[in-house]
Design a protein around this ligand. Structure first.
Ligand SMILES: [Fe+2]
Ligand SMILES: [Fe+2]
Length: 200
């Protein structure tokens, strides 16, 4: 199957105002990014536990969880080098906003969850890409490497969505999630986060 390229999969590019806000508050960017890597790993492990008879899902999620934990450690290392304190940063509205679209019954629930995962990974990839040209050498190199992993994660999630879901239903879900994701990215958001909308 030919998966759409990330920029055509996403309903809109990251607004320039978000990039400006991110560059102005790199401490919050890094802390929230670190939290997201942890959440990516823990979501992968929760899916392994919940869908314990889905072999391909388990294989993908197990590798994903390990990889996301490595990213988590890498962000921690950069934070330590930059003397950024581990202060609590609340989660953005983004992931919870997308998860509201997940239907409550199986097998749609699993396919929807995987589509949402594909969007989160795709947007992360696109945001790293938007940031890279503006960052210092260390962070630019790190984010340049991460965007390649996020692109793989996006593909893995989407392949599994089509594997466990029904093609036309998954296509419809993608359209629905794409519109909601675009709204979360393009509407104003009072809190700056890695996945926040346009800074208010
Ligand atoms: Fe990651
Ligand atoms: Fe990822």
């Amino acid at each position: 199957m030919n998966l759409p390229e990330i920029h055509e999969f996403l309903g809109c590019p990251t607004p320039a105002a978000w990039v400006t806000a991110a560059l102005a508050d790199q401490e919050t960017l890094l802390i929230d990014h670190k939290n997201n890597e942890f959440k990516a790993a823990s979501t992968a492990m929760a899916l392994m536990a919940k869908y314990s008879t889905h072999l391909d899902l388990i294989n993908f999620m197990s590798r994903l969880a390990r990889e996301e934990l490595v990213h988590h450690e890498q962000v921690l290392r950069i934070m330590k080098r930059r003397r950024i304190d581990l202060i609590p940063v609340s989660a953005s509205r983004y992931a919870s906003g997308l998860r509201k679209l997940v239907r409550s019954h199986e097998p749609q629930k699993l396919a929807d969850t995987l589509v949402v995962g594909a969007f989160i990974e795709a947007r992360s990839c696109e945001r790293f890409e938007a940031l890279v040209p503006h960052l210092d050498e260390e962070l630019g190199k790190f984010y340049g490497g991460l965007l390649k992993s996020e692109s793989r994660h996006y593909q893995g999630y989407l392949k599994l969505a089509y594997q466990y879901g029904e093609t036309q239903d998954v296509d419809r879900t993608i359209q629905k999630v794409r519109a909601a994701e675009r709204e979360l990215i393009e509407s104003t958001d009072v809190e700056f986060r890695f996945h926040s909308g346009v800074p208010a």
